[in-house]
Design a protein around this ligand. Structure first.
Ligand code: GDP
Length: 297
C-alpha cells in the first residue's frame, strides 16, 4: 500500500513529540527536520517540501495554546492541516453540464491506466450518481485499446461508441456526443490515445478534440508508481491542455506517495480520484484529509 514508508517514519517522529507538555523551538526544529527527510525520501518534490516545512515552522512556533491538546499534539495538528492543504484541501466534485450530456475527456500516457479508469469512472457515475454514461473509443492507433474499452463496456453493460481505427478521433468524439443526445446518455467519457512519452503530435490531437467538444472536465490519468515522472507528466499535460483534475492510479502499489503529495502543489489542479486496484469498483474519490490522516496515523 502507498505511503507505508512515509507513514512509518512520520509516526515515529510523532510519537516522540505527542506527549510533550512543552515544545521548544529546538523540538520543532528537530521534528520538521524529520518530516523534511521523510517527505524527500517519499519522493516529494524538493521545492514542495521546502515550502511546506517553512509553513509548518511558522505556524508551529509560537502558536496559540489550545487547552484540549498538548503542545506536542498541536504541532502534529499543524502538520496534518498543512499536508491536507498540500493535497488540495477540500475534496473536489465532478462537473455537471447545464445541458446534458456532461463531457469528460480522459488523457494520459500509455499504460497509466486511462482505459481502465474510463470504465471505473463510468461505473462510479452509474453506481453513486445514478448516471448513464456513453464510453467513447478515440484511441484509433491501437486496435487493442478499442477492444479493451469494448470489453469493459460489455462487463459493465454500458454502450461504447467506436468507429474502428480508420476514423478521425475528432470526428468520433463529435459524433459520439450527438449519439449520446439521441440515446439520452447524460455523460460522455472519451478515452483518448496515449503515447509512451509526451509528444507534440499527441498534444495537437488532444487539443483539437478539446476545442471541438469543449469538455466539462479533462481528467489526466497518471501512474502514482512513477513518482517524480508522474509530476513532470502532469506538468506538461497541464501546460498544453489546462486539465481540470488528476486521477492518480495504482495507489494500491508500493508507491512512495510523492506524486500524490506534489501534483496539486506543482500543477494547482486537484486530484479527483485514486485508483486502488485493477477491478472496476476500485476507484475512490480522493479525500485529502483522509489521506493525510492515513499518513500520520
Ligand atoms: P492505458 O494504456 O493508460 O489505457 O492503461 P490501461 O487502462 O490499459 O492500464 C494499464 C495497466 O494498469 C492494466 O494492467 C491495468 O489493469 C492496470 N491498472 C490501472 N489502474 C490501476 C490501479 O489503480 N491499480 C492497479 N494495481 N493497476 C491498475
Amino acid at each position: 500500500m502507498a505511503f507505508e514508508g512515509l507513514a512509518d517514519r512520520l509516526q515515529d517522529t510523532i510519537k516522540k513529540i505527542t506527549g510533550k507538555g512543552k515544545v521548544s523551538e529546538q523540538d520543532v526544529k528537530e521534528m520538521t527536520r524529520e518530516v523534511r527527510l521523510a517527505l524527500l525520501e517519499a519522493d516529494v518534490n524538493f521545492k514542495v517540501v521546502k515550502d511546506l516545512i517553512k509553513r509548518i515552522k511558522e505556524r508551529a512556533v509560537g502558536q496559540e495554546v489550545m487547552e484540549s491538546l498538548t503542545p506536542g499534539q498541536q504541532v502534529i495538528k499543524v502538520v496534518k492541516e498543512e499536508l491536507t492543504e498540500l493535497m488540495g484541501g477540500e475534496q473536489s466534485k465532478i462537473a455537471v453540464a447545464d445541458r446534458s450530456p456532461t463531457v469528460i475527456m480522459m488523457v494520459g500516457l500509455q499504460g497509466a491506466g486511462k482505459t481502465t479508469t474510463t470504465g471505473k469512472l463510468a461505473n462510479h457515475l452509474r453506481k453513486k450518481h445514478n448516471r448513464s454514461p456513453l464510453l467513447v473509443a478515440c484511441d484509433v492507433y491501437r486496435p487493442a485499446a478499442i477492444k479493451q474499452l469494448e470489453t469493459l463496456g460489455q462487463q459493465l453493460d454500458m454502450p461504447v461508441f467506436s468507429k474502428g481505427t480508420d476514423a478521425n478521433p475528432v470526428d468520433i468524439a463529435k459524433e459520439a456526443i450527438d449519439k449520446a443526445k439521441e440515446d439520452h446518455n447524460d455523460y460522455v467519457i472519451i478515452d483518448t490515445a496515449g503515447r509512451l512519452h509526451v509528444d507534440s503530435d499527441l498534444m495537437e490531437e488532444l487539443d483539437q478534440i478539446k476545442e471541438t467538444v469543449n469538455p466539462n472536465e479533462i481528467f489526466l490519468v497518471v501512474d502514482a508508481m512513477t513518482g517524480q515522472d508522474a509530476v513532470n507528466v502532469a506538468e506538461s499535460f497541464n501546460e498544453q491542455l489546462d486539465v481540470s483534475g488528476v486521477v492518480l492510479t495504482k495507489l494500491d502499489g508500493d508507491t512512495r506517495g510523492g506524486a500524490a503529495l506534489s501534483i496539486k502543489a506543482v500543477t494547482n489542479k486537484p486530484i479527483k480520484f485514486a485508483g486502488m486496484g485493477e477491478k472496476l469498483d476500485q476507484l475512490e474519490p480522493f479525500h485529502p484529509e483522509r489521506m493525510a490522516s492515513r499518513i500520520l496515523g
